[in-house]
Design a protein around this ligand. Structure first.
Ligand code: HEC
Length: 155
C-alpha cells in the first residue's frame, strides 16, 4: 500500500483553516491546537478544508461523514480521529438546544456541566424559543452563543 505524507500544501492551508474556523466561531487558541493539526494532516489530503467548514452538521451526522471519509481512504491514528471529532464538535457542529444530550450541550456550547444541566432543567418546564432566551440561563456565555448563532437551533 502506498504510504502517504503530509501534503506539501498543508502549510498554505493552515491560514485558510484558521480563518474559516474563526468565522465559524472557534476560539483562536483551539485552531492552533493539536486537534486542528490533526484535521489538516488527515482531512486536507484530499480536499480543501473549506468543504469541511462550509458544511455544519449535527454530532451524529459528523460520525457518519467520518465513516464515509474512512471508506473513501482517509488514514489517521485513533488519536487523530479523536482530535478531529473534538475539533468538529467545538467549531462546526449544529445543536438543537431543546433536545440535545447534556454532554452535547457542554461541548458544542462550550458550557460547564452545571450550565448544561441548567439548560436541561429549564427546557423541561418551558422550551427555549431563541438565542436571547438561551443566554438568560446563568452560566451561558453570550459571546459564544452569538458567535455560534448559525449552529444553534430551537426545535
Ligand atoms: C481519501 C480522500 C479523502 C480524505 C482523506 C478525506 N475526504 Fe472528505 N471527501 C472526499 C471525497 C472524494 C469527497 C466528495 C464525495 C462526497 O461528497 O461524497 C469528500 C467530501 C467531504 C465533505 C462534503 C460532503 C459531506 O458529506 O458533507 C466533507 C464535509 C468532508 N469530505 C469531510 C472530511 C473530513 C472531516 C475529513 C478528515 C477526517 C476528510 N473529509 C478526509 C475524500 C476525502
Amino acid at each position: 500500500m502506498r504510504s502517504w505524507a503530509i501534503p506539501l500544501s498543508a502549510g498554505l492551508l493552515v491560514p485558510a483553516l484558521i480563518a474559516a474556523a474563526w468565522a465559524a466561531g472557534a476560539p483562536q487558541a483551539s485552531v492552533q491546537s493539536r486537534e486542528a493539526k490533526s484535521v489538516i494532516t488527515v482531512c486536507a489530503r484530499c480536499h480543501d478544508m473549506q468543504i469541511v467548514m462550509d458544511t455544519p452538521k449535527s454530532m451524529d451526522a459528523w460520525q457518519v461523514t467520518m465513516q464515509k471519509m474512512v471508506d473513501l481512504g482517509a488514514k489517521g491514528t485513533d488519536q487523530q480521529y479523536d482530535d478531529i471529532m473534538d475539533f468538529l464538535r467545538r467549531t462546526i457542529t449544529t445543536i438543537d438546544v431543546n433536545s440535545a444530550e447534556p454532554d452535547e450541550l457542554e461541548i458544542v456550547l462550550n458550557a460547564s456541566q452545571t450550565t448544561a444541566q441548567a439548560i436541561v432543567a429549564r427546557r423541561q418546564t418551558k422550551k427555549f424559543t431563541g438565542l436571547a432566551d438561551l443566554k438568560s440561563v446563568p452560566g451561558v456565555d453570550a459571546s459564544t452563543v452569538d458567535s455560534k448563532a448559525r449552529l444553534i437551533f430551537f426545535n
